[in-house]
Design a protein around this ligand. Structure first.
Ligand code: ATP
Ligand code: MN
Length: 479
């Protein structure tokens, strides 16, 4: 039975021709007697001479392949009306060098099939350009535009490069939980996870009885995998996480998502300088990688989205990041003649406007600000000898502001306990985190990179909602 089945499949394979992706066809050096191309029609143009010119795209690359259909072709009479912008087709034909300008290879159709039609009256992606706002409303169709195809290919390449970077350096890829009980570092407001009946939750003494909830206690979606990452760094030395992260903040900005992906390396025996070195090397590596491996898409962004994209990325790859202390940053902001919405003084958190001003206007390149006041940073960051600042660092880049936040972690049990309490957190809940400082505590550091901010910067896209397939933002979780 089984072998017969396999045999039959072999025969079928032989009969049907293998489809070739458009990227491969466009890069073909030689003409081919017969190829099979499958994809979506971007445009159709008919000539008086009895030919139709179809631009076909299958997402394998930015470029379309042109297919020329002779109107005397048998199937054409029957399928003519079905071949419209947006329809999905399969075309068999001869691959020939194109005579037209800008095309390397084209297909002269010998057979034609329509998989799916797209009514010209109602298909939303007609030829004209659409606004990104409009495209957000049709998240199921926007990947068929040049921009979104390019963004997603670059995003995918960046994810690959991230894994490659860490793998090459002996880091272990670690998956930390998405459902957590700890309010982590208080990094942001959390989304609660519950199966309790919200209309009638069980109560004891007037309070919700989480003992009856699914996990037997209150749980939320993670805001960071860092604390769990630290556990593994203190066993495997170098780890990184790369996963979804959730923040229920009501920040309706072009740089914030409620669900985003974060990359968090955590390294034993790294001090803050080592941490900053790694962050800088990491960013440069990723930028260099896309410049080398996504040339066509990057050219597209440079032409259509932001004319300075390529130059900016190359400049960053070639130059050292500026490193300055928080105190120095405040000093420069106080001295500046720029008017800010938020005034600055030592002790205040830097706002996006300050971060951008420093990197964009003052240094004109990425900067790393370090040694922040202890009061405005998380409890786990290592206290400096001055007792006032912690070994925290933020990488700030032009146009975007913060792309990376990191620190050396406090490895001293007593200091950590005090800072935990001072932050209003309960030591009982963080018993395991404290335990790491009781048993073989190691100096260690790490940072978090917002993956969408990275994609946003690399592509030059203005809004973070346009660099993730399905953005989740306040009042918006469907499509
Ligand atoms: P910001 O001040 O810009 O809101 P943050 O200081 O709250 O960021 P961290 O807690 O340090 O952010 O998180 C680490 C990284 O994750 C940030 O440097 C940023 O790149 C990214 N990030 C943080 N919040 C978001 C968000 N809501 N959407 C997308 N990326 C985010
Ligand atoms: Mn931060």
């Amino acid at each position: 039975m089984r072998s017969g089945f396999v045999f039959e499949r072999c025969i079928q394979r032989k009969r049907s021709m293998k489809r070739t992706k458009i990227k491969e066809l466009l890069n073909c050096k030689e003409e081919q007697e017969s190829v099979l191309v499958k994809g979506w029609v971007r445009t159709r143009r008919d000539s008086k001479g009895g030919f139709s010119f179809l631009e076909i795209n299958d997402g394998s690359c930015l470029g379309n392949i042109q297919a020329i259909v002779d109107h005397s072709l048998n199937e054409f009479q029957e399928l003519d009306k079905q071949i419209t912008t947006g329809s999905c087709v399969a075309i068999t034909g001869k691959l020939v060098a194109s005579e037209g300008k800008g095309q390397k290879m084209e297909v002269q159709a010998t057979a034609l099939e329509v998989y799916g039609t797209a009514d010209a009256e109602t298909y939303p992606l007609q030829k004209k350009r659409h606004s990104f706002e409009y495209l957000r409303e049709i998240a199921h169709l926007r990947p068929r535009t040049n921009t979104f195809g390019a963004v997603m290919r670059v995003r995918s390449r960046l994810a690959y490069a991230i894994h490659q970077f860490f793998n090459d350096r002996g880091f272990v890829y670690l998956n930390t939980p998405i459902v957590t009980t700890s309010d982590c570092e208080g990094a942001g407001e959390m989304f609660q996870v519950t199966t309790l009946d919200l209309n009638n939750p069980p109560k004891v003494e007037g309070k919700i009885d989480y003992a009856q909830d699914f996990f037997g206690e209150k749980t939320s979606l993670t805001v960071s995998g860092q604390l769990e990452g630290e556990i593994y760094a203190q066993a495997l030395s170098d780890i990184y996480t790369f996963g979804p992260t959730f923040r229920a903040e009501n920040s309706n900005t072009s740089r914030h998502l409620s669900e985003f992906w974060m990359v968090e390396p955590e390294m034993a025996f790294y001090d803050l300088d080592d941490d900053m070195d790694l962050a800088e090397e990491f960013i440069k590596y990723l930028f260099a990688d896309v410049l080398e491996n996504c040339t066509e898409d990057m050219e597209f962004f440079n032409q259509r989205i932001d004319k300075s994209t390529l130059e900016t990325l190359q400049h960053i790859v070639d130059n050292q990041f500026e490193r300055l202390t928080y105190a120095d940053a405040i000093h420069r902001l106080e001295k500046s003649t720029e008017t800010f919405t938020y005034s600055v003084e030592w002790g205040c958190a830097l706002q996006a406007e300050h971060e951008r001003y420093l990197s964009e206007k003052v240094f004109k390149k990425p900067i790393i600000v370090y040694n922040y006041p202890e009061k405005i940073k998380s409890f786990y960051m290592k206290l400096n000898e001055d007792g006032e600042t912690v070994r925290a660092m933020d990488v700030l880049i032009p146009k975007l502001g913060e792309i990376i936040g990191g620190s050396q972690r406090e490895e001293n049990y007593d200091i950590l306990l005090k800072r935990l309490k001072d932050s209003g957190l309960s030591p009982e809940e963080y018993w395991w985190y404290l335990d790491l400082r009781r048993f073989g505590s190691a100096p260690h550091s790490g940072f978090g990179l917002g993956f969408e901010r990275l994609v946003q910067f690399v592509t030059g896209m203005e809004n973070i909602r346009d660099v993730i397939p399905f953005p989740r933002t306040p009042k918006h979780a469907r499509f």
